[in-house]
Design a protein around this ligand. Structure first.
Ligand SMILES: [Zn+2]
Length: 326
């Protein structure tokens, strides 16, 4: 940190934002087919004192409402007014998906797989390109909020690349209940940040098309811890000391359904389970079949499929295999 700390002017989408400014810039990407304008508000808060620039985003996947709620709370509670540096919040990146409660862009693309995008590509690709050329360069540090896809409920966790020790340390500062070491996917926001040497923490918690107060609380508290770490958090905010340190999961695997049928979950997200413990049962609708799904190893439940029905082979639980202790 930091390439922008010394700069008094921050330029976003061609607009100059001086120190001590509180403003919203609209990112216009494409109209709806009804000619209705689609605006993506970028909420910028700059202290009078120069310092790092933190970019906080959610809704890369339009149906991941819990992430949007976390950024909303950060703004509504004025946590985004720093005593030093700048905080940029974009609560809904994929407004098109958000309107339809859909993960994807209208072109069917996953925004989180098309980075760095291209100037003349499909809509998602153009969006990615503009985002990384006109917004991302001002950031010293990024926080990006997600949920599990479909009906899969994630325990609150931060994802970082296992080869980046600095990010593992920052994930411990955020202190979500879990930290998952996972490699960056090609075309993802994390991958482009790594390429541009911008630190990023990706938060996962809850499931799509859903909102959980507990998940939002973890996301907001973690953000406050990060802001305090960078000496940007207003002293009016009190941070409770975490009850325990984030558990760093270096390996995890999916337990997949051995049968198709109705799914009955017998455990809770975040629980520690022992090998052989019954975690769920799968039944047919006719009262003839009942199959128990048992834990293949000791570990923590970091994802639960909350769908009431599953097919054979569907992921039901993600369970930690190995924890990293230092
Ligand atoms: Zn996501």
């Amino acid at each position: 940190m930091s390439k922008t700390s010394s700069k008094n002017i921050l330029t976003i989408l061609g607009t100059e934002v001086p120190l001590g400014t509180s403003t919203t810039i609209n990112f216009n990407i494409a109209k709806l087919y009804t000619s209705t304008k689609v605006e993506i508000p970028i909420i910028i808060e700059r202290s009078n004192t120069a310092g790092p620039t933190i970019l906080i985003t959610a809704g890369i996947h339009g149906d991941e409402i819990n992430g949007v709620e976390i950024v909303r709370q950060i703004i509504a509670k004025k946590i985004n007014k720093p005593v030093k540096g700048s905080i940029i919040c974009i609560p809904v990146l994929n407004v098109f998906g958000f309107l339809n409660m859909d993960r994807f862009f209208p072109d069917g693309r996953d925004l989180n797989r098309v980075f760095p995008g291209s100037k003349n590509g499909s809509l998602a690709s153009r969006f990615a390109y503009q985002f990384i050329t006109e917004i991302l360069p001002v950031a010293d540090f990024c926080l990006d909020f997600h949920t599990g896809g479909g009906s899969r409920f994630n325990a609150p966790h931060i994802r970082v690349d296992p080869s980046n020790q600095k990010l593992i340390t920052l994930a411990k500062v955020f202190n979500a209940p879990f930290t998952l070491l996972s490699k960056n996917l090609k075309g993802s926001y994390r991958a482009i940040c790594a390429k541009k040497e911008i630190d990023i923490l990706l938060f996962e918690g809850g499931k799509s098309q859903s909102n959980s107060k507990e998940i939002a609380k973890e996301g907001v508290l973690g953000t406050m811890r990060i802001l305090q770490h960078f000496e940007m958090l207003h002293p009016d905010f009190e941070i409770l000391l975490p009850e325990k340190d984030s558990l760093v999961v270096s390996k995890s695997s999916w337990l997949r359904a051995k049968h198709s049928g109705l799914l009955h979950i017998k455990t809770c997200i975040g629980n520690y389970v022992e090998k052989g413990e019954a975690l769920a049962s799968i039944t047919d609708p006719y009262g003839k079949m009942r199959h128990l799904e048992k834990a293949p190893n000791n570990g923590y439940i970091i994802n639960v499929n909350e769908s009431p029905i599953v097919y054979k082979g569907d992921a039901i639980f993600r369970i930690s295999n190995e924890l990293l202790y230092e």
